[in-house]
Design a protein around this ligand. Sequence first.
Ligand SMILES: [Mg+2]
Length: 222
Amino acid sequence: MFKAILFDLDNTLINFLEFKIETAKAAAKAMVGNGLPATEVEAYGKIFSVYDEKGIEYQKTFYEVVKPYGLEINLAERIQQAAILAYLQKKFEVLRTYPIVKPTLSTLKEDYKLGVVTDAPRNKAWQRLILTGLSDYFDVVITLDDTKAFKPSPGGFNLALKKLNLAAPECLFVGDNPERDIKGAQELGMKTCLAKYGWNKRKTDIKADYEISRFEDLLKVL
Ligand SMILES: [Mg+2]
């Protein structure tokens, strides 16, 4: 029935939220250990306050956390760099696919074109794909840099269709965010599948055609 399956990346294929939580904990600990006059819990809270305000992909988060303390410039730099290194170290340790993602993608790849449509910036998307061993599975990878607009705007979905030379009804879209992934794909006429194991705290009236509680259950949907 379908010719292609398109995936959201963060919290659908990879454990992005867990990665952001664990890296924030590690960064907070490093900041306090290097002289930030705060508790680790406070520093952790400030990191997520910056994410809430500037977006979770914001690149100067630790700078924004340290700045209001008005610290001497070398101390401020030390704290920032300690946070960046702790973040990166923890990133390499924690970031991974959900269970059984790669065998499932291998099976799907025999019968379908596969693609990613993500709101992550191009460099971060490729870092995450390479780091988690997913970089060879997809016929098309569409990132925020291709469209400059977050889902549910149609740009990324349409670009994937164009590159695959397919029409919307020929594609299934799999994502964890009803308001972005499911809504955007539905509006173009794609069938949709909600990854319930992802970032699933959202209240919404948007209903996907299918729901999965584990990634490999996708094989039963098809
Ligand atoms: Mg997602």
